[in-house]
Design a protein around this ligand. Structure first.
Ligand code: ACM
Length: 652
């Protein structure tokens, strides 16, 4: 029978191909993608070829050889022995070299064409090849005839040139392997800036040879040697990631003062701080010796971090801090006609900016540093709200957005995904002003995160932010995002990211001799409380263990979200029945150990919520008011909104 190409059929075929493209497990979603029939088989004869003037770049060569290792991880298929096949299955062409330090606006475009015969990846410059290799690897899947990559034609480029992660290693130190893993994950989702928050009140994490008391008195021995810092920069560079160091001054600087109290505005002595918060200790902006010290230190770090930008922090100088009560400082302010603390900080920033510029760098800082007297070369990182981003751009400054991208607040991926640097206040900017918005950075503050659970705190949500910053503005379908996020999450774990295994490790430790299946199922319907709520009832310190159930939880429960969204009563009933039985079964496990026993009331409440939900499905009215959560609990029951909806209970 011959197929008649009627209009409805053409539409159906078109729709099918769009749907097929929609099913590709890609994140970030490319700017243009179409799929065709067939797929490229990945077998033991798979080989990569590199051609073009840019293909000799070390980043391309190393990424290509890593691609082969990662392919093995993804498929388990070893390469056939003997000479490489005559025709490579992945041909990478890099048209132009791009030697030197990676710049924030280096070209990242690529074209990836996959047919049943071969894949061709063409990039203008090395970075594009790196990005395209990630896309290729993401496409590989187990299919009916083995592992394969679907036929596809992808033209891709980032929406924003600056797509980063601000990573705090002061509140909790992260050893180098965790940094490397994070860089691997970042490269996988095409992020290109690691903003390394290396000092804060709780620890100074970089080795200084000129001022060794910084790390010797400021870090409990938990710091990166200069050799390690350089190795991380190199590791990042090979993955197309810039490293911008941040040394936070003049506030958040207690760790500087542990070894060098003369830098502070107070009398001291100082020790590194164990608790989070806005501290009073503040660098003395009135003494020339402060700037002399900073000049030497920034020079030392500028030689280690080749990036064009240097972040000086600048956030949260306490209005009640050391600047207020020091007569020497108030006299300085009067003498220099500095009307308030903001003016004093601006004066400090102007001097620091000159030092940073002397060492060949552009200064970056949190939005508090925004001040019309600073040169337009600086970059403003907007965190207190998107307004400062618009303000910065309007006044001629480059800016990046972090407000709305704080991963430590344990918000769902969809919430971050909805935040767009070009929406809200920035919409009113002129085209010229809009060009100054370079992108954004997710931020991970580590007061409550440790080296044991950092991957689970970052991933997979960070991939959704990466998509917001890379993909076209029109890519906003949340359901599609979650489908692809799930695929990306699985893929990231295959790449060595431990976000799925870390919680299981922690749960196994909590469960002791008990089987973790029940506990893991219980944990899967829970989430940590949002925002800063964990600090409400407990004064956390960096010295205490973070080994409780709440520490092992993923920030977002997929099961809870799916329950809250579905209207299918059979699914609702099945889940509630299953979760009630599991919560009853987990009770003895919880009661058996000290660490878990605090969660007994939580499991009892899960049982009660399930009972109420099932009653509501059976049209039985509850005789008693909805049981409200204990406001001391650090854990949320993720499906509670769905039960409230079923039972007609108002939101808490
Ligand atoms: C910040 O969150 N204090 C930049």
């Amino acid at each position: 029978m011959r197929l008649q190409l009627t209009l409805p059929l053409v539409i159906a075929i078109l729709l099918a191909s769009i749907c097929a493209a929609a099913e590709l497990p890609l994140m970030p979603w490319p700017s243009q993608v179409s799929t065709g029939p067939g797929s490229l088989l990945i077998d033991s004869h798979f080989a990569v070829s590199l051609t073009g003037p840019g293909a000799t770049d070390l980043r391309v060569k190393r990424s290509a050889s890593r691609l082969e290792e990662r392919l093995f991880r993804q498929t388990g298929i070893p390469q056939a022995p003997g000479p490489a096949p005559a025709k490579a299955s992945l041909q990478i062409v890099v048209e132009h070299p791009k030697p030197g330090i990676q710049q924030y606006n280096d070209d990242e475009t690529y074209h990836l064409l996959i047919t049943a015969e071969k894949a061709t990846l063409t990039a203008k410059e090395p970075l594009g090849a790196l990005r395209g290799m990630e896309t290729f690897l993401q496409l590989i899947r187990a299919s009916e005839n083995g592992f394969s990559a679907p036929s596809a034609d992808i033209t891709d480029q980032p929406r924003f040139p600056w797509r980063g992660l601000s990573l705090d290693v002061s509140r909790h130190f992260l050893p180098v392997p965790a940094i490397r893993r994070t860089l691997d994950g970042m490269a996988a989702v095409k992020l290109n800036v690691l903003h390394w928050h290396l000092s804060d009140d709780q620890g100074f994490r970089a080795e200084s040879k000129l001022h060794p008391l910084l790390q010797n008195k400021g870090s409990d021995g938990l710091f990166y040697t200069q050799t390690e810092l350089r190795a991380v920069v190199e590791y990042a560079r090979e993955r197309g990631i810039r490293v911008v160091p941040e040394f936070d001054i003049p506030g958040h600087a207690t760790s500087w003062f542990a070894g060098y109290p003369q830098l502070a505005s107070g009398a001291g002595p100082y020790e590194i701080v164990r608790e989070p918060g806005i501290l009073l200790a503040t660098m003395d902006p009135t003494k020339d010796s402060t700037y002399k010290f900073l000049d030497a230190f920034i020079g030392e770090m500028a030689a280690i971090f080749p990036d064009a930008f240097f972040h000086i922090g600048g956030d949260e100088v306490s209005p009640k801090g050391e600047w207020t009560n020091n007569p020497h400082i108030t006299a300085f302010m009067r003498r220099n006609h500095l009307k308030d603390l903001a003016a004093l900080q601006a004066e400090f920033n102007r001097r620091v900016q000159k030092i940073v510029a002397t060492h060949g760098k552009r200064m970056e800082g949190w939005d508090e540093i925004l001040d019309p007297d600073l040169p337009k070369s600086i970059v403003i990182q907007s965190w207190r709200g998107p307004k400062s981003l618009a303000e910065a751009a309007h006044h001629g400054y480059s800016g990046i957005l972090s407000s709305g991208y704080y991963l430590d607040l344990m918000q769902p991926a969809a919430q971050h995904y909805a935040v767009d640097p070009m929406k809200g206040e920035t919409e009113a900017l002129t085209a010229e002003e809009k060009k100054r918005i370079l992108g954004g950075e997710a931020a991970m503050w580590e007061e409550l995160a440790t080296m044991e659970n950092i991957d689970a705190k970052l991933w997979p949500r960070l991939a959704a932010i990466a998509e917001r910053l890379w993909s076209p503005e029109t890519v906003t379908d949340v359901d599609s995002m979650y489908r692809r996020l799930e695929a990306t999450s699985r893929w990231l774990e295959l790449q060595g990211i431990e976000h799925r295994s870390q919680p299981l490790f922690m749960l196994q430790r909590l469960a002791g001799a008990a089987d973790i299946e029940t506990l893991a199922k219980f944990a899967a319907i829970l989430e940590p409380v949002k925002g800063y709520a964990r600090h409400r009832n407990h004064k956390y310190s960096s010295l205490e263990p973070y080994n409780r159930l709440v520490d092992s939880l993923a920030p977002e429960s997929d099961a809870g979200r799916e329950f809250n969204q579905t209207k299918d009563r059979d699914i609702l009933r099945a889940r509630l029945t299953e979760w009630r039985a599991n919560a009853e079964a987990v009770l003895p496990v919880l009661r058996a150990t000290t660490l878990l026993s605090e969660n007994v009331p939580l499991a009892e409440r899960v049982v009660e919520l399930c009972r109420r939900g099932l009653d509501a499905l059976d049209s039985r009215l509850a005789a008693t008011p909805f049981p409200e959560p204990d406001n001391k609990s650090e854990i949320l029951i993720a499906f509670e909104p769905g039960v409230r909806r079923l039972t007609g209970a108002a939101a808490p």
